[in-house]
Design a binder for this molecule. Sequence first.
Ligand code: SF4
Length: 389
Amino acid sequence: MKFENSEVRLTYRSALVEELRAAGSKIVGDLELLLPSSLGFCWGVDRALAMVEQARLDYGGRPMWLISSIIHNPRVNSDLRAQGIGFLRGRHAIAGAWEQLGSNDVVIVPAFSATVEDMNYLRQRGVTVVDTTCPWVIKPHKRTLKYLKEGFTTIIHGTVGHEETAATCSLIESEGGHFVVVYSIEETEVLAGFLEGTIDANYLHENLRVGSFSSGIDCEQDLQRIGVINQTTMLASESRAIGDRLKAALIKRDGEPALAKIFRDFDTICRATQDNQDAAAAVAQLKPDLYLVVGGYDSSNTKNLARVGRRLGVPAFHIEGPHCIQDALEHRHRESGEILYEAAWLPAIRPIKVAFTAGASTPDALLGEVIERLVEYVEKRLPQANILS
Ligand code: SF4
């Protein structure tokens, strides 16, 4: 099924976003609205949702399930639940459904893939699997298998617990390999310190998150040769810095001539993530007074779009939808992940230059509602309320 012709595509359209996409900017009352050249639904999400729609046509009448979210957007997941698709895991899971799966069931594997253990279980239960794994997610899988074959331990720049990274980790372990996950530059510094010999393995284990290491890893032995990959949706500039830092640590440990034998680095950030980050940075260079980044709070690529804005000195806020626009703006803190309420978020100047962007799992319709809500809020709000001085 071509997504352009699908019902889902029509459901998630927004005439306002389409108009803004074409024009790049628009003045509405006291607001100058700006949109980057690339934002929102990526090819992989388009494809996953089209596959779900096709599966509903192909397997209508049979019980249909998602392992957990199809993508990280509450609106989309709630729409799928409303269509009768059940969840096997997570907050909306139906108790006992996973254990009772059988040959009449249809299970949809999300765009970020699934663990080897889950895939084996589904096969064993004889269910019909609709695998929407994005081809971009396969790229780090292939790369890590290559590292493994060459005798390298994989260092993953990713988030422990994120479905994509969990799938990559399980693939490595199922093949008898090892991995270490680093989330940030700070965690990379700890790993680099170990490689350089300034800290010991106990300190390394204690200072990375639970779940960062493959089971049975012997860091002294297994980190002699390392290859770096990234979860596809990480901040590209940070991934590059992490690769460079680890490379420098190995040069310090073993000398530059040894590098070709002990270090590999391969960029597995997906094209859509890279394009959205580049476009978000280009709009941030226009110095908007406010930057609203719309997407699910658990969406990795959306979190990183907010960080792009903040790193360029722009007041960027990661919000989940129109409900966040209120006297105290609801948003997710870009580093701590806490949901906060910001009282002074609306600049006092007029017109206010407001940029918007949206994560790869955010429907245009949701972004359109956010823009409309902001326009309405600014028109109606009291002149003195919630103004940044
Ligand atoms: S963000 Fe990238 S990896 Fe994830 S679904 Fe979209 S295209 Fe695929």
